[in-house]
Design a protein around this ligand. Sequence first.
Ligand code: PLP
Ligand code: TYF
Length: 397
Amino acid sequence: MFQHVEAFAGDAIVALNEAFHRDTRPHKVNLSIGIYCDEQGQVPAQHAVCEAEQYLAETRQPKPYLPMEGSTSFRNAMQELLFGAGHEVLAQGRVATVQTVGSSGALKAGAEFICQWFPSSAVWLSDPTWDNHHSLFESAGLSVHSYPYYGADGGLRFDAMLETLRALPRHSVVLLHACCHNPTGVDLTPAQWQLLIPVLQQKALIPFLDLAYQGFGDGLEEDAYAVRALAQSGMCFLLANTLSKSMGVYAERCGALSVVCADAAQAERVLGQLKSTVRQSYFSPPAHGSRVVARVLEDPQLRASWECDLTAMRERIRSLRHQLHAALTRRSPERDFGYLLTQRGMFSYTNFTVQQVRSLRETYAIYLVNSGRMCISGLRADNVERVADAMAAVSVG
Ligand code: PLP
Ligand code: TYF
C-alpha cells in the first residue's frame, strides 16, 4: 500500500543536534540548534515558569477545549507584549490575534490565509533565512522567492534589498525578521526600518513579520521596534511571534499570529477566517502552555522574575560574543572579528565554508550549522578558548 511513499530527508539542524548528542567526545561543543543553553549547558527552567506551573497544578483547572482562536488571556498578553499596552491599534480593535502552535504554526496559518485571500501573491524571503520559512510557505501552495539581504562583507545589502522590493508586484508578501535575524544576526537599524516602511507602503506590499527572539537583542521594548513602527505607519500586516525562546517553553508550542487590519470590522472578519483555518487544521490549540505564559505575563512578580531571567540571558550572550571576539583577536590580531559584536541575538554568521564547518565538527567536535551559523549560547566560559583555537586552526588550514 505505501510502497510509493518517499523517505523524508529530515531537518538538517535537528539532525545535526542529534548527531551532537550521539557524539561521545567529552569536549564536544554544541553551536548548532537555536535553543538557549546556560553555563551548565542546560536548557534553563525559568523560575517564573516553574511557579506558574505549580500554581496551575494546585488550582487544578478543568480542561475543556479552548476556543479555536485560543485563550483570551494569552491572546491579550501577546498583543500587549507586541504592541505595548494601550497602543492605538489595540484600542481601535484593529488587531486579529489567534494563539498558534508555536510561531511555526503562526507562519503556517498566515501562509494559508495569504493563499486563500491573495492567491496570486508570491512570498519574498531574505537571502538567507531560516530554512523552515521555505518549507512552511511552499507547502501552503505559495511561490517563494528571495530578496538580497546578507552581503559577503558581513553587512546588510540594504540598497539591493530596497531595489528588489521596489520592483515587486502589488500585494507581494515580504517576510521580515523583526529582530535577531536567523541565521545571520544582521538586523535593520531603526533608521533603515524608517526607510523601508515607505517602500512597503508605496508599493502596496504585505509585510509579514517574524518575531521569534523578542528580548534577545536589546530588550523587550526595543526588539518590538519594527512591530510598532509598522503599526504607527498605518499599514496592514501579519506578525508571527513565539515564547519558545524567551520563556524557554519550546515544547509547549506557545505562539501567536496577529493581523493588523484597517479597522475593527475588517479585524473581526480576518479573525473569523483565522479561526476557520485553525478549525480545518487542528480545531483548537493546546491549553497548558498558554496558561503558563499568560500567568507569567499577568502576575507582576512572575513577570518581573521572567524579565530578569531574560535580561540575564541577553547579557550572557553579549558577554560570550565579547569573550570569543577577544580570544580570536588575540590569536589573529590582523583579522577583523567585529561581526561577532555587531550581529545580534542567538546567532552569528561566521562565513566559514562547508569544509571548515566539517573540519570543526570532525576534528574538534565543535558543531556549527553548514551555512556557518553559530549559536552563541552554546559557548561557555570553559570552552571559549578551545573554540577560538579550533576556529583559528580551520581558518589557516
Ligand atoms: N521563526 C524563526 C526565525 C525561528 O528561528 C524559529 C525557531 O524555532 C521559529 C520561527 C519557530 O519557533 P517556534 O515554532 O518554536 O515558536
Ligand atoms: O534555527 C534554529 O535552530 C531554531 C530551531 O526546522 C529550529 O529555530 C531548527 C529547525 C527547525 C525548527 C526549529
